[in-house]
Design a binder for this molecule. Structure first.
Ligand SMILES: O=C(O)CCC(=O)C(=O)O
Length: 251
């Protein structure tokens, strides 16, 4: 699918400068909380309780088998804004749901690129809130400016959701920002922006989805965690003259 540029989604110079300086942008609304309530219902019935194309995880690559996920990932409010950062030719190479039930474990500070074999390492992610995400139910936090350096990662602690985390000695988290979002809102961040979410100590579920967007010139190696045999990407905008990826349309 190719989305048409909509003037209201075009980034201003000030927004691009903010992203360059801080490594994130937003929040923006892709849809209203009422519209997201309908998408949430489809995700609850068609995605969370069914097997998808990735045999390792129901949470990954559901753009391949679920129209609602494809439509959310390719939403023009998201893709047009990412085009303001990465340019006119965009590849959605992964989608991941982030379901954090009450009691759900801390996701430690990390830079996504530590886990991804993208070459060259270029990616902009959008994290879209499906439930309301607040400090109470463990919204994502980011550290502005942390995208300027690659940081060493080390073993995470046993009670954390990931096996690796950014070395706590290598960064200062005192300027962390809470990305509190209403359902249907999203923010954009780079492949190196440090982010985390705390343990969900509330009694409210927190569900979001990340859309991972790169360029046709980037090789996405097949052992990357979200990928699997038969994985297909989405040419979300523009053209791909490189031919590295397998693409599929709306399922
Ligand atoms: O949802 C979370 O708590 C973590 C999200 C994340 O790590 C990501 O989108 O890369």
């Amino acid at each position: 699918m190719t989305s048409n540029d909509c003037p209201e989604h075009q980034l201003t110079r000030a927004e691009v400068d903010f992203f360059v300086e801080n490594g994130y942008l937003g929040p923006y609304a892709a849809m209203s909380p009422g519209e997201m309530a309908e998408v949430r219902r489809q995700i609850e019935t068609d995605v969370l309780t069914t097997d998808g194309p990735n045999p390792r995880s129901r949470a990954q690559s559901r753009h391949m088998d679920q129209p609602a996920v494809y439509d959310l990932a390719t939403h023009p409010a998201i893709i047009d804004r990412i085009a303001g950062i990465l340019g006119p030719d965009l590849v959605i190479w992964a989608t991941n749901f982030w379901l954090k039930q009450p009691g759900g474990a801390e996701i430690p500070w990390h830079q996504d690129i530590n886990f991804w074999p993208l070459e060259p390492p270029v990616n902009a992610s959008a994290w879209i809130s499906i439930d309301e995400a607040t400090v109470e139910n463990s919204c994502v936090q980011i550290i502005p400016g942390s995208h300027r350096h690659s940081l060493p990662h080390t073993h995470a602690e046993d009670d954390m959701a990931f096996g690796e985390m950014a070395d706590p000695a290598a960064f200062d988290a005192s300027g962390a920002v809470n990305m509190e979002l209403q359902p249907g809102e999203f923010f954009i961040f780079s492949e190196r922006t440090l982010h985390r979410s705390s343990k969900n100590t509330s009694d409210k579920r927190r569900l979001g989805m990340s859309v991972r967007v790169t360029l046709p010139i980037v090789h996405i190696f097949q052992d990357s965690a979200p990928l699997h045999a038969g994985h297909t990407a989405i040419l979300a905008k523009g053209v791909d003259v490189m031919g590295f990826n397998r693409y599929a349309g709306r399922p």
